[in-house]
Design a protein around this ligand. Structure first.
Ligand code: AOF
Ligand code: ZN
Length: 383
């Protein structure tokens, strides 16, 4: 971000106010998606005169909310500093450019945490501000700001969602007994922590193996999230075996479900059986995405497709087969692992991976966080 810096580095007030702006951003509704959650604080003569955060998608951005807040309290914004957790936008999207709004309000200085990698913005917001004679400083608390919108930033840079894969296992690395029994390896506190990660995702991915074995609901059940859109449910089901389930799959009871298959719908067993088992408020879509030999779903193309559908963060809760395939294909950005203080001795492993000849061939992950949650060790690894 250095090319945007026209003045000296951040002051202690800059860091303090950016920290407040980040708190506002973190408090924004999850319904901003696929928009990033942004916070803005307006400061004049050392006093906060306005605060705002991004509204639901299609509605006002953080800067506009902060300007309205200042106006509603009778504050003149002329000469103020705007602290924003992301570069102000320069484009006419669903809303007009925030850079213009700040210029028109007479802001003297803009301090940002990050440049917006959206190709429609990408430095142009800063350039517009500078051309208008506004002092611009970027890169303040950039790390915290990146974590908050990691999915949006990743999608803008790569075209694909940020893929977080969750797995719970015993200390010796088994996710279930040989008879598939797995309830419960980790305690309630660790499971609740996992649910919070699921709740922040735009979509939840699983495989048909898990659907047949566990019949999961794949929704968000804690009351603090009920006002939020439910994440999209995505099932990798090459042969559409979900159609043949004797009882309706519980995940078809509500929400938007995407069934990703490799065989054509005619090739699969029981095509029209599905419709009769879907509840009214469940919407099913199909995506035919075979790999070259037509046997399995092309997972890499699936990620590109979901990026195009503006999925920022994807949460994977699947068995060893799909999880292993994603890992082997290099499609996992973050692993969220809960290891419980139990030893199962034998059972189902976390990932089905091709065998290696040398230890050096194993993918190397970096430890990004390590802590105790309930009775489990929670490890977050990044690719
Ligand atoms: C900002 N402030 O609070 C947010 C920004 O379609 P629109 O008009 O809502 O624009 C969406 C884009 O604006 C989004 O992709 C991202 O680049 C930026 N988000 N920008 O100035 C904000 N949320
Ligand atoms: Zn904007």
């Amino acid at each position: 971000n250095e090319e945007h810096q026209t003045g000296p580095g951040p002051t202690s007030q800059d860091v303090e106010m950016m920290s407040l702006a980040l708190d506002l951003a973190a408090g924004a509704s999850m319904e901003t998606a696929p928009n990033p959650r942004v916070g803005c604080v307006l400061v004049k003569d050392g006093q906060i005169i306005g605060r705002g955060c991004t509204q639901k998608v299609g509605q006002a951005h953080a800067e506009v909310m902060a300007l309205r807040d200042a106006a509603s309290q009778g504050h003149a914004v002329q000469g103020a500093t705007a602290y924003v957790t992301l570069e102000p936008c320069s484009h006419y999207g669903r809303t007009p450019p925030c850079a213009n709004a700040l210029i028109e309000a007479g802001v003297a200085r803009v301090v940002a945490a990050l440049e917006d990698p959206n190709p429609l913005v990408a430095g142009r917001g800063f350039a517009m501000l500078r051309e208008a004679g506004i002092d611009v400083l970027s890169g303040v608390l950039a790390q915290r700001a990146s974590e908050l919108n990691i999915g949006f930033l990743h999608r803008m840079r790569t075209g694909k969602p940020w893929v977080r894969l969750k797995m719970a296992a015993s200390m010796d690395g088994f996710t279930a007994l040989p008879n598939r029994q797995s309830q419960w390896i980790t305690d309630a506190a660790a499971r609740e922590d996992g649910h919070h990660w699921r709740a922040r995702a735009d979509a939840i991915l699983t495989g048909i193996g898990t659907v047949l074995a566990d019949n999961p609901q794949m929704n968000i059940r804690y009351p603090e999230y009920t006002s939020r859109f439910q994440p999209r449910k995505i099932v990798v089901d090459s042969r559409l075996r979900i159609h043949g389930m004797p009882n309706r799959a519980r995940l078809l009871e509500s929400g938007r479900v995407l069934l990703v298959h490799a065989q054509t719908r005619d090739e699969t067993l029981d095509v029209d059986c599905c419709e009769c088992k879907v509840e009214q408020d469940c919407e099913i879509q199909y995506l035919h995405l075979p790999n070259p030999d037509g046997t399995h779903v092309d997972l890499s193309r699936l990620m590109q497709e979901l990026g195009r559908e503006q999925i920022n963060e994807m949460h994977v809760e699947a068995g060893a087969q799909l999880s292993g395939a994603l890992l082997a294909a290099g499609l996992v950005d973050e692993l969220l692992l809960y290891l419980a203080p139990k030893f199962l001795g034998s059972g189902r492993t976390m990932f089905d991976l091709p065998g290696l000849q040398h230890v050096e061939q194993a993918q190397q992950w970096t430890m990004s966080d390590l802590r105790q949650v309930g009775n489990a060790v929670r490890v977050i690894l990044r690719a």
